[in-house]
Design a protein around this ligand. Structure first.
Ligand code: MYA
Length: 338
């Protein structure tokens, strides 16, 4: 779906305060590493993830999303009663019900006319949220939309470490739960509106999507346990990304060398390097946050975008490609003119 009048008015990311290194995690898992004969530093060596962030105990996904939303509203300089829609897109949630969006809505004190709901689509949901908001904005059904995401990897990481310390854990289980140790935390929020309301905003041109749901069994996650077939996820994820990139090329006239910044969902060093090579992208145009932040699920793409902007990697008019992918498998690619 392409849009002519939708812009991103503000974007804000909030880092979780506690830095946990892969070496610290491996130290905790030392008895299992020794028993299974796993080499030291495997986690950082193969994934390229040296650290990830944790929130203080008790910080809920809605708290992370609310902190980021407060920043985004302030940056945009808008009255909060003008916001007609809030979508929460996080994998992590405070409860199964009510929605995390309604908790964030309440914490922010948004108006009674502001629609609020969650979208769940694994690591892809933030891009889906932007797309749904853009559809409503383009039709003038609302004037401002707030898309938020708050991820907390602390509970699943701690539960996984405890489980993997079990004396009955074998190599197969270790490999199946390995990806859980790469997850990170963060909060992010974006205000979207129409061009006439924020002429300095960054144009959101739209997105294309492709799915390969025959692979919906490759990564199954619960609040305290995620089981992943890392090998097949990597190969099939890359195939779907290549297929989606072809559609994006013809829809947005993408030529890899003409893209100024490529913002990708960050899984690991292996995934990033394989994708860059496959799509003939320039690695210098990819802002990598995984070494310090790990895989922050659906918050990954918008946090990378916010950090790339903070680092001054984009200038006005730059063509910015967003490449998102999520378990399912689903893949979306979008373009922003900065
Ligand atoms: S779901 C979350 C998915 N996250 C991960 O899979 C992260 C962890 N995975 C990785 O870092 C790589 O896949 C690994 C494989 C390293 C696992 N457990 O050459 P290799 C050892 C323990 O065969 P590679 C999500 O985000 C192996 O024994 N160890 O591995 C949603 C060897 O050790 P040694 C393992 O293929 C969507 C070493 O690693 C495991 O290079 C994501 C190297 O072995 C394991 N499971 O990497 C969709 N496997 O050296 C995918 C291997 O001692 C997206 N090892 O012999 C794809 C596209 C990306 C973005 C696209 C945007 C559009």
């Amino acid at each position: 779906m392409k849009f002519e009048n939708v812009v991103i008015q503000s974007l804000a990311a909030v880092d979780a305060p506690i830095r946990v290194t892969s070496i610290e995690i491996e130290k905790q898992l030392a008895p299992t590493f020794k028993r299974l004969g796993i080499r030291d530093n495997l986690l950082e060596d193969v994934s390229g993830i040296g650290a990830r962030r944790f929130w203080e105990e008790g910080t809920m996904p809605s708290d992370a999303a609310t902190m980021a939303a407060e920043k985004a509203i302030e940056q945009a300089g808008i009255e909060r009663d003008k916001i007609g829609l809030i979508i929460n897109t996080s994998v992590c949630r405070d409860f199964l019900e009510p929605s995390t969006a309604c908790i964030v809505h309440g914490k922010l004190g948004l108006s009674t006319h502001c629609m609020n709901f969650d979208i769940g689509n694994a690591c892809l949901a933030f891009l889906n949220g932007m797309d749904i908001a853009a559809r409503m904005l383009e039709r003038s059904q609302i004037d401002y939309a707030l898309v938020v995401d708050g991820e907390s990897s602390r509970p699943i990481t701690e539960a996984t470490i405890q489980r993997l310390l079990g004396s009955d854990v074998d190599e197969q289980q270790f490999r199946a739960e390995f990806a859980s140790l790469t997850l990170g935390s963060g909060g992010v929020a974006m205000i979207m509106t129409r061009k006439e309301l924020a002429p300095e905003g960054h144009a959101y041109l739209g997105s294309v999507s492709r799915s390969a749901t025959q692979f919906n069994n490759l990564c199954h996650g619960q609040m305290d346990c995620m089981v992943t077939n890392t090998k097949v996820l990597l190969t099939e994820g890359l195939k779907l990304a290549a297929e989606t990139f072809q559609v994006a090329k013809s829809t947005f006239n993408w030529v890899p060398s003409e893209l100024d910044q490529v913002v990708i969902h960050q899984v690991s060093k292996v995934h990033t390097e394989a994708l860059v090579q496959l799509l003939d992208l320039d690695i210098d145009k990819v802002h990598a946050i995984y070494p310090e932040m790990g895989n922050i699920g659906p918050a990954s793409v918008p946090i990378v975008l916010a950090k790339a902007a903070e680092a001054g990697r984009m200038k006005k008019g730059d063509r910015v490609a967003l490449l998102g992918i999520g378990s399912g498998l689903n893949c979306s690619m979008a373009e922003i003119i900065w």
